[in-house]
Design a protein around this ligand. Structure first.
Ligand code: ADP
Ligand code: MG
Length: 460
């Protein structure tokens, strides 16, 4: 047995025992006092009836008749004169009866009769007395007796039955507690065992998730937790292996170019060229590490969005000016379509990162003589910003993965298109931080469109 089931069981047991004891006590006492009352009531009523008959006709033959009537009954009658001298009795008068009759001598009894003895637990008889009054004078008494032994026997039997029922109900309680512990505590213990296994990295366990009660809910939650944890672990491992790959590649370049630059027979010009490559690669690594750091902060929810109202037109124009030389060099047209009065409440610094990343991609993945367009639309449902290009596009297979960290369609890291694969992951985080959404549509060799939707509508 385990602790919870013992505690639960004990609590149940105590409560049920308390309730049962109380119920039994009231029931038991109620039945007994009811029984006694009805016995004494009957005795008195019988005595009164005899008395009434005798009052009408207080003669030998009537007395005889009354005594005769009681001979076969469980009760006994004794008829006396006004001085308690026995005239007639239905059965032999015992010492106990005589004693009661004698003790009642010189007492005054009301006409409708009185209880003479009701201590059924200790005395041999319960008794009543009814005075016989003829012409306003007491001429005698009708004593009624009932033996208490049968009553005591009956109550003894009742007690036994109550004890039996009590024992049975305690037994049933024990069985209930056992079943309860089996149905409640056992699944809990099983879940505890499974969660311990999960924390040790074992996700193979199967829980009973089919129950449609709270325990089923708990089991399903644990299962979900286990699945999530497993997925997270897998993600982390994949992430670690791609990050080590991504760090190793540029560092290999660095080492290679550093070796070459060390050669003694190089011209100054050549050496400077290699040093420039080394510098560029080093900058790439720094950028990658910065991005990773950024994402880690975002994951920890340590980044806050500092919103302020921004005039989108000016905002986009400023970014495009910075990109213009690069676009010119690649012979790609960059156009901004944004009405003059559109305002949004955004974190400008972060949002600049978003647009820059998207423009950077559009530039990187588009051939010469194409157009990249940034277009803004605002209505009461919010603000939509699209960045579309006419570049190489993304295949349907790759499309869902582009938001993943370090995911690049072109896996080989060529130095010309060597992005980190973190750009879109950062973009997504920032947009979600703004409570917005970002989606992508793309067709290979036709172009790609990224659509940002902000809830910030034209009304505010
Ligand atoms: N405009 C685009 N056209 C074609 N492919 C794109 C475009 N934007 C992103 N991609 C694909 O999505 C991948 C992930 O993008 P991103 O997270 O910005 O990483 P990076 O640009 O550093 O490679 C890119 O490697 C590229 O394959
Ligand atoms: Mg990018």
């Amino acid at each position: 047995m385990n602790k919870l089931s013992i505690r639960l069981g004990l609590l149940f047991f105590i409560f049920i025992l308390l309730i049962e004891t109380m119920l039994f006590f009231f029931l038991y006492q109620g039945i007994i006092s009811e029984r006694i009352q009805s016995e004494t009531g009957n005795l008195l009523a019988r005595g009164t009836t005899h008395r009434n008959v005798l009052e009408k006709n207080f003669q030998e033959s009537t007395i005889e008749h009354v005594a005769l009537m009681e001979t076969e009954a469980a009760t006994d009658v004794v008829i006396t004169d006004e001085n308690n001298k026995v005239i007639k009795s239905s059965n032999e008068i015992t010492d106990g009866m005589q004693e009661l009759i004698n003790n009642s001598k010189a007492h005054h009894f009301t006409h409708h009769g009185e209880l003479l003895e009701d201590r059924w637990k200790t005395e041999k008889y319960m008794a009543t007395v009814s005075p016989i009054v003829v012409n306003k004078k007491v001429v005698g008494f009708v004593f009624m007796f009932l033996e208490t032994v049968p009553i005591r026997n009956m109550i003894h039997q009742l007690t036994n039955q109550f004890i039996l029922v009590g024992v049975i109900s305690i037994f049933i309680t024990l069985i209930t507690i056992f079943l309860l512990s089996k149905f409640i505590v056992s699944p809990l213990l099983e879940m505890k065992r499974v969660t311990e296994q999960i924390s040790q990295g074992n996700h193979e366990n199967e829980l009973n998730t089919k129950r449609d009660d709270e325990l089923g809910d708990l089991a399903r939650s644990i299962q979900l937790l286990s699945d999530n944890l497993e997925r997270l672990k897998k993600d982390r491992n994949e992430f670690l292996s791609s990050i080590s790959h991504d760090l190793k590649t540029p560092l290999t370049y660095l080492k290679g170019y550093a070796d070459i630059a060390k050669r003694p027979n190089l011209t100054n010009e050549q050496r400077n060229e290699y040093l420039a490559i080394i510098k560029e690669e080093a900058e790439n690594v720094v950028a990658l590490i910065n991005d990773l750091f950024e994402l880690a902060k975002m994951d920890e929810n340590q980044f806050t969005i500092h919103r302020r109202s921004v005039m989108l037109n000016d905002f986009l124009e400023k970014i495009s000016q910075k990109f213009q030389p690069a676009f010119n060099e690649a012979n790609i047209i960059l156009q901004i379509k944004c009405a003059a009065n559109i305002r949004v409440s955004i974190d400008a610094e972060r949002f600049r990162q978003v647009i820059s990343n998207l423009l950077d991609n559009a530039l990187k993945y588009s051939p010469a003589n194409t157009t990249v367009t940034v277009e803004v639309n605002q209505n009461k449902n919010g603000t939509t910003i699209t960045v579309s290009d006419e570049g190489e596009g993304i295949s349907e297979k790759d499309l869902p993965n582009i938001w993943d960290r370090l995911y690049r369609v072109e896996k080989s890291r060529s130095r010309s298109t060597g992005g980190s694969g973190l750009g879109l992951a950062i973009v997504k985080k920032i947009i979600e931080g703004h409570g917005g959404e970002i989606s992508v549509r793309s067709k290979v060799n036709v172009g790609t469109t990224f659509t940002i939707h902000l809830k910030d509508g034209g009304a505010n």
